[in-house]
Design a protein around this ligand. Sequence first.
Ligand code: ARG
Length: 252
Amino acid sequence: MLKRAALLVGVLLTVTAGAKPYVVGGTLASVSEAPWAIALNNTQSASSSGRYCGAVLVAPNKIVTAAHCMDEAVSTYYAVQGRADLADDSTGQTAKISKVWVHPKYNTKDNRYDFAVLTLAKPFVGVPVLPLETRTRADRAGVVPTVYGWGDTQGTGPDETLQKAAVPDLGDSTCTANQSYVANGYAAATNICAGYVEGGIDACQGDSGGPLVLNGRLLGVVSWGQDCAQPGKPGVYAEVAAAAPTLQSQLH
Ligand code: ARG
């Protein structure tokens, strides 16, 4: 009942928000268009749905997420596939995590190589997987990848429902020109700077670890930002091509 009321309030807010876009500033995404999108839930989550981070299916029994998402006990995580609305557990499938690998170069000082590869205790058989982007030149200003996630919408859309948003690749120079981004560890070789200089559309809390997709490949992983969708504060993604051989070696 409470859930139904919350859902209704959500719908009303969405309608009244009107022009304001929803991730923040995105639109609803379906499971059929993003079957490889995984909600990496956790029993310790502040949310009753278990929402915690995003992830992406890259092999039947392997998901890629952000290293910074892996701060709870392994037994508390579970991957959810095929569930656009996390409150609706009548759809989709879940799997526990049997093994965690965190990129050896990841650290909380510079936040670089924000990658983890998790092994599912039971594979998601027959679900399309997303291949990794291996060419570092794929990260260049002007391309327009799409980010997917169940993260915060800041009132611009339904909560904990799969959203997507096209976020232009702004090029590394946009983020390296920002002193606080450099101080946070932004590096041209290993990060992607994407979003809108004017703000309004961005990944947000709860989207971390989720996929940034371009031309059917995993271009990046949601890593960090300063607040969400603020002017002059683009989203920062871990660049998959910069770590592709290492990640690939974890997929079998
Ligand atoms: N670090 C956040 C998380 O754990 C997401 C960061 C993305 N933020 C952004 N403004 N693009 O979910």
